[in-house]
Write a protein that binds this ligand. Structure first.
Ligand code: GLY
Ligand code: MN
Ligand code: MN
Length: 440
C-alpha cells in the first residue's frame, strides 16, 4: 500500500507533533515489524507495527526509522532494497529511492546498513527514544548506545545516553485523531454499517455462523477494506455469552438471537460495531425486554458524551439504566441504591462499556492522566460504547426464560466540539428498524 503525496504531509505533521513532546537532544528509533511465519515458507499477511505506521505511513516489512528533531535530515528510513527475484516471487518493494520520493524520507538506506550507520546518527544526542515491540534489536541497543562513548578519544565529548520508551508519547498522541484518521475511520465504519445491514437481511434459521462471517468480510471488501480489524464474533444463542467467541461454527436456530460484533479494516483503521437480533427476524417478548434495556443503556451512555466530561461518565450512565431495568424485570431484587453501590449488575454485564478506537480495535493511549485521574474527553477522540447483558444457559441465578441469551450493542462515537457524533448509527438499532429490514 502506497501513500500519496498529500499523505506525506500528514505523517510529517505527526512526527513534528511528536518532536514537540521530546526534550532537546533526542533521537527516536522505531523498529517496524517483520514477516511472521505461518507454516514452512508461508507467512501471515504482513501487518506493520501501528506506531511505526502512524508516524511514517510505511507498510513494508523489515524497516527501521530514525527520527531526529532539529536536524536537516529529521526522517531517515532503513528499508529493504529493490530485489528482482524477491519482487517476482513475493511483493514489490519501494526501495530507497521510493522511500524518499513517496514517503518523504530525508534519506533512505538498505536495512543491511543499519548497524554501521546508527552510531553516527545517534551522535551526541543524549536521549534515545525506542520502540521495538517484537524485540528484534533489544540485544543490540546497549552496544549502540555505548558506541559513541567508547569510540570517542579521551579528550572528546563522550555522550552518556538515556534510553526511554517512546510509546507513552506516541500512544497518547494517538488518542486524539487527526482529520486524516477520522476520514479513514469513517470509511471503515461506513463499510461495516453496510455489512451489518447486509447480514440482517441474510440472517435466517439454517444459516451458519461461518458463512455469515465470510459474507461480512466479502461485503466490506467491496468498500475497500482489506481485512477485518479483529476476529468477527458471529455468535448465535448462548455463544453470545462468551465475550470474544470467534469459533463461528454453529448453525443458527429458530428462536435464537444472533450477536454480530464485526468491523472492517480500512487502510489500517478499524470499525468495531455490535448488533444483536433475532435469527428469525421477530423479537420474542423476552428478547424484546432485554434488547430494549441494553439499547436504553447505550443511549444513556452516548448522551453523556461531550468535551470536558470524564472518560468514566459513560459507564455509570449505562449501569444505572441496566440496574433499574434488571430490577423492573425482577432479575435483581433490592433497592436501586443497593444495586448500584454493590454493583449487583456485574454478573450480567461482565465488562466495562468501551475503549478507544483507531488503528487498534482496543486502541492505545492511557485512560488516566499522570495524577491518576480519568482522562477528560476532547474533540476528535473516538471510542466505542458497548453495554451488554448476558444470561448463559447454565446460569442458575435467573429465571429459565432469560437463559441462553446475550445482547450487546456497540456504537463508534466521535467527540465533536459541541458533543458527539455516532458514526455507526446507520446500522439499525431500534426494534422496529431491525424487524422491518429483516422482513425484506
Ligand atoms: N470487538 C471487540 C470489542 O468489542 O471490544
Ligand atoms: Mn469494542
Ligand atoms: Mn466489538
Amino acid at each position: 500500500m502506497m501513500t500519496n503525496l498529500a499523505d506525506k504531509a500528514v505523517y510529517k505533521a505527526r512526527r513534528d507533533r511528536l518532536f514537540e513532546k521530546l526534550p532537546e537532544g533526542s533521537v527516536v528509533l522505531l523498529v517496524g515489524n517483520r514477516e511472521q511465519v505461518r507454516n514452512k515458507n508461508i507467512t501471515y499477511p504482513f501487518r506493520q507495527d501501528h506506531d511505526f505506521y502512524y508516524l511514517t505511513g510505511y507498510a513494508e516489512p523489515d524497516a527501521v526509522a530514525v527520527l531526529r528533531p532539529n536536524c536537516d535530515q529529521p526522517f531517515i528510513l532503513f528499508n529493504q532494497p529493490k530485489d528482482e527475484y524477491q519482487e517476482v516471487w513475493f511483493a514489490g518493494r519501494t526501495g530507497q529511492e521510493g522511500a524518499v520520493a513517496l514517503y518523504g524520507a530525508d534519506a533512505a538506506y538498505d536495512i543491511a546498513e543499519l548497524e554501521s550507520r546508527l552510531p553516527t546518527l545517534f551522535g551526541e544526542r543524549p536521549y534515545v527514544f525506542y520502540s521495538d515491540e517484537l524485540g528484534r534489536f533489544n540485544h543490540r541497543i546497549f552496544d549502540w548506545l555505548a558506541c559513541q562513548r567508547k569510540s570517542a578519544k579521551f579528550d572528546e565529548v563522550k555522550s552518556f545516553k538515556h534510553l526511554m520508551n517512546v510509546l507513552p508519547r506516541t500512544q497518547n498522541m494517538r488518542r486524539v485523531k487527526d482529520e486524516h484518521e477520522i476520514g479513514l475511520l469513517r470509511k471503515a465504519v461506513e463499510a461495516s454499517v453496510s455489512g451489518h445491514r447486509y447480514l440482517m437481511r441474510l440472517c435466517q434459521p439454517g444459516q451458519t455462523e461461518q458463512a455469515l462471517t465470510g459474507e461480512f468480510f466479502n461485503h466490506v471488501s467491496q468498500f475497500g477494506c482489506s481485512d477485518v480489524g479483529y476476529p468477527t464474533i458471529m455468535a448465535a444463542g448462548n455463544n453470545a455469552c462468551c465475550l470474544h467467541y470467534s469459533e463461528n461454527r454453529d448453525v443458527l436456530q429458530n428462536g435464537q438471537m444472533l450477536l454480530v460484533d464485526a468491523g472492517g479494516d480500512y487502510q489500517y483503521y478499524t470499525a468495531d460495531i455490535t448488533r444483536t437480533y433475532p435469527v428469525n427476524g421477530k423479537f420474542t417478548p423476552e428478547q424484546r425486554d432485554i434488547y430494549q434495556l441494553v439499547l436504553a443503556s447505550l443511549d444513556a451512555a452516548i448522551e453523556t458524551v461531550k468535551p470536558g466530561v470524564s472518560w468514566n461518565s459513560m459507564y455509570p450512565a449505562a449501569m444505572s439504566v441496566l440496574a433499574q431495568g434488571l430490577l423492573d424485570l425482577d432479575i435483581l431484587s433490592g433497592s436501586f441504591d443497593q444495586v448500584m453501590e454493590q454493583a449487583l449488575y456485574k454478573p450480567f454485564t461482565l465488562h466495562k462499556t468501551g475503549h478507544w478506537l483507531g488503528l487498534d480495535v482496543h486502541d492505545v493511549g492511557a485512560y488516566h492522566d499522570d495524577n491518576g485521574n480519568w482522562v477528560t474527553l476532547e474533540p476528535n477522540m473516538v471510542f466505542t460504547i458497548e453495554p451488554g447483558l448476558y444470561f448463559p444457559e447454565h446460569s442458575k441465578s435467573v429465571d429459565p426464560r432469560w437463559r441462553g441469551m446475550g445482547v450487546r450493542l456497540e456504537d463508534d462515537i466521535l467527540v465533536t466540539p459541541s458533543g458527539y457524533e455516532n458514526l455507526s448509527v446507520g446500522a439499525p438499532r431500534s426494534i422496529g428498524d431491525i424487524e422491518s429490514l429483516m422482513a425484506k
